[in-house]
Design a protein around this ligand. Structure first.
Ligand code: BG6
Length: 536
């Protein structure tokens, strides 16, 4: 199966139905074969119902399962969005029984209460080596039995919440056991796969080929939890449901764009993992590339899996690939030293548990990108991400050009900056527009003011957690918010030369004190262009 042009497959063709934004806009109420007579009366969320099915979690005794997946399932149950008879089967190496697994799942959701305990009562556990034929045979027997006892209709999601080393072996073993195909027509078998999706372009291609041995592209749901965030999805609503932003969203009006994914936390207890990743693999290749592609993409013809993903890939293909020489000038990598976080002294990265004392892993990354197309030519895109920065904030900031002529005296506009539209993805989700206004008084002083939209005050609805959103999409069969093969490979194509340049030569690793906005080299990257980073 080709990896660059995923073939239209039965599932992909069906996936446009009930697609998330159509549903949100009430334009399409047909979901998973069920048509609601009056979607508005039923509530649009109600229209997003999954058919009966089983969620099989490989890596069920791991951190992700307890921290994210099971709480998401519990939340779906609380909102009454799980199909009747829904079941979870945990697969892991720990020798647990059904009861012990259920106890763990109950403990993972302390606020679940008796209703949650009753949902969990149907959960099952299969223990064994991932990828072993015996494990798959036991799993198969459990699935058949659940289909018979709970009416789950042969619908199965296989969620790989394991270490990446077993992604391929599990997919192969599912294939060998015949679990890669649904037991009968009309049912589904889907594979949900977590990051990291390969360690580089070659690894991602290899993983693709490995998964495609047993699963069609239409069955594979590559997850990036950033796409499950409401405010990331809102980039599309802002851009393509409004007439006023899109016409100015280009090189004629924009000076530059800044994308920031900042974290206040350090590597916490994940030092060992982080040593093998670094900011580029951990955040840039996936989360930053997703936010970037939504910011850069052209309006899709249709808001569905194909329409959106085609445009995202096209946008990523327009991003200029850096040469090894350009990596040296356009990319900054750095590592945090001891400093302060929220006024508390914190150790440097090299002193963290599980981190080598001479580690060269970057905890900060900044880059200047150019995009070769009509919309973006000449508009630099600056991206940065880091751990142990002053605060947790993810935002996309579009800075507009200055007016061609300011008809004021210099001192009257001392406190005036170029207009900026800032999409606050988290926390304090919202959108703000900075513009100049006259300060009341006799003088004609013009100062920055903010027009602010805040999710918290505009909507009473509680936003679903990213995993909740994505799990339900996988059950419904809507891959819009999952990453297609060609997309993941293009993201690696952008990142790969940077990894190669870092591996092949002695690229400096800058330092920054914990609790600051990164190294001075990152400031210089913008100062060189006469610009500066925003302070969110
Ligand atoms: C994960 C990274 O993918 O995203 C973590 O592995 C990071 O290192 C996390 O902390 C950030 O996610 P969020 O949702 O808190 O922005």
């Amino acid at each position: 199966m080709t990896t660059t042009e995923p073939p239209p497959a039965p599932e992909a063709a069906a996936s446009g139905r009930g697609s998330w934004l159509n549903t949100a806009l009430g334009a399409n109420s047909e979901v998973a074969g069920a048509t609601l007579a009056n979607p508005l009366a039923a509530g649009l969320d109600e229209g997003r119902r999954a058919p009966p099915g089983v969620l099989v979690i490989f890596g069920a005794s791991g951190d992700l399962t307890a921290r994210k997946l099971i709480p998401a399932v519990a939340s779906l149950a609380r909102r009454n969005l799980l199909p009747a008879g829904f079941a979870v089967v945990g697969v892991a190496r720990s020798p647990l029984g059904d009861e012990a697994f259920r106890d763990k799942m109950v403990a993972a959701v302390p606020s679940g209460g008796p209703a949650w305990a009753s949902v969990v009562s149907g959960f099952r556990y299969v223990h064994g080596d991932y990828g072993a034929a015996g494990t798959m045979a036991r799993l198969r027997a459990v699935l058949d039995e659940i289909d018979a006892s709970r009416g789950t209709a042969g619908n199965r999601i296989f969620y790989l919440a394991t270490v990446p080393a077993v992604f391929e072996p599990v997919a192969d073993a599912l294939g060998a056991a015949g679990l890669n195909r649904p037991p009968h027509s009309g049912a589904y078998a889907r594979l949900v796969i977590e990051k990291p999706y390969g360690r580089d372009l070659a690894g991602a291609r290899q993983l693709d080929a490995g998964l495609h041995r047993s699963f069609d592209e239409s069955q594979i749901y590559r997850i990036d939890h950033y796409l499950g965030k409401e405010t990331v999805q809102n980039v599309l609503a802002l851009r393509f449901a409004n007439a006023i932003f899109e016409p100015i969203w280009d090189r004629r009006y924009l000076d530059h764009v800044q994308i920031t994914v900042a974290e206040a936390l350090g590597v916490e207890h994940r030092g060992g993992f982080y040593e093998t990743a670094g900011a580029l693999r951990d955040i840039v290749q996936n989360h930053v590339m997703q936010v970037l592609s939504l910011t850069l993409m052209e309006p899709p013809a249709t808001i569905d899996a194909q329409g959106i993903r085609d445009e995202k890939v096209k946008a990523l293909r327009a991003v200029k690939i850096l040469s090894a020489e350009q990596v040296a000038t356009e990319v900054i990598r750095a590592q945090y030293e001891a400093g302060f976080s929220d006024g508390v002294a914190v150790p440097g990265y090299r002193q963290e548990e599980g981190v080598a004392p001479d580690s060269h892993t970057e905890t900060y990354f900044a880059m200047r990108l150019e995009v070769d197309n009509w919309r973006w030519a000449g508009v630099p895109i600056y991206v940065r991400t880091g751990k142990r920065l002053p605060k947790r904030v993810t935002e996309v900031a579009l800075q507009f050009q200055r007016v061609p002529h300011l008809p004021f005296r210099a001192q009257e506009t001392r406190e005036l900056h170029p207009n900026a539209l800032v999409l606050r993805i988290q926390p304090d989700e919202g959108i703000s527009l900075r513009f100049g206004a006259k300060v009341p008084g006799q003088a004609f002083e013009v100062r920055d003011v903010l027009m602010d939209f805040s999710y918290g005050s505009a909507f009473a609805e509680e936003a679903p957690d990213a995993y909740e959103r994505l799990l339900l999409d996988a059950m419904i069969g809507d891959p819009t918010l999952f990453i297609r093969s060609d997309e993941v490979l293009q993201a690696w194509t952008i990142v790969d030369p940077i990894l190669a340049a870092w591996a092949g030569r002695d690229v400096p690793l800058a330092q920054y004190p914990a609790g600051t906005w990164g190294p001075k080299q990152a400031d210089q990257l913008l100062a060189r262009d006469g610009r500066r980073w925003r302070t969110p």
